[in-house]
Design a protein around this ligand. Structure first.
Ligand code: 5GP
Ligand code: ZN
Length: 112
């Protein structure tokens, strides 16, 4: 996707603080962190929302969670606690339509 912000970050056209990358996924720091640790784990493949995930994307989806838990450990929040979130569509607050798993931690989180 030419104009998608996260595709542009993945291609290196928009700068970001990358914290992880492999063949399937890239992770970078959120530009407006909601907690001391706020990372975004995104698939390299452009998928707009969780609603668009196909059965053939299941391995990628599982991989995003593996990357998330690995980063939670690396950033020192895995013991105290952290949250992984997909916001899906407008009412949930999705603003960027390229699938991204938020990894948020480093402070006590309220619910929801
Ligand atoms: P959403 O609201 O779609 O669930 O999450 C989008 C996230 O992307 C927001 O937390 C927002 O702060 C973050 N974001 C928006 N633009 C940029 C950007 O240019 N760079 C980075 N690193 N994060 C961004
Ligand atoms: Zn994209």
């Amino acid at each position: 996707m030419q104009s998608c912000l996260f595709c542009r970050i993945i291609r290196g056209e928009v700068p970001s603080e990358t914290v992880y990358q492999d063949d399937l996924a890239v992770a970078f720091k959120d530009i407006r962190p909601q907690a001391p640790v706020h990372l975004l784990v995104v698939p390299r493949k452009h998928v707009p929302t969780l609603n668009d995930v196909k059965p053939e994307d299941n391995a990628t989806l599982a991989h995003l969670f593996q990357v998330a838990r690995q980063l939670a450990e690396q950033f020192g929040v895995h013991q105290k606690g952290y949250r992984t979130i997909f916001n899906v569509n407008a009412e949930a607050g999705q603003t960027v339509y390229h699938l991204h798993l938020h990894v948020i931690g480093g402070r006590r989180l309220s619910w929801p």
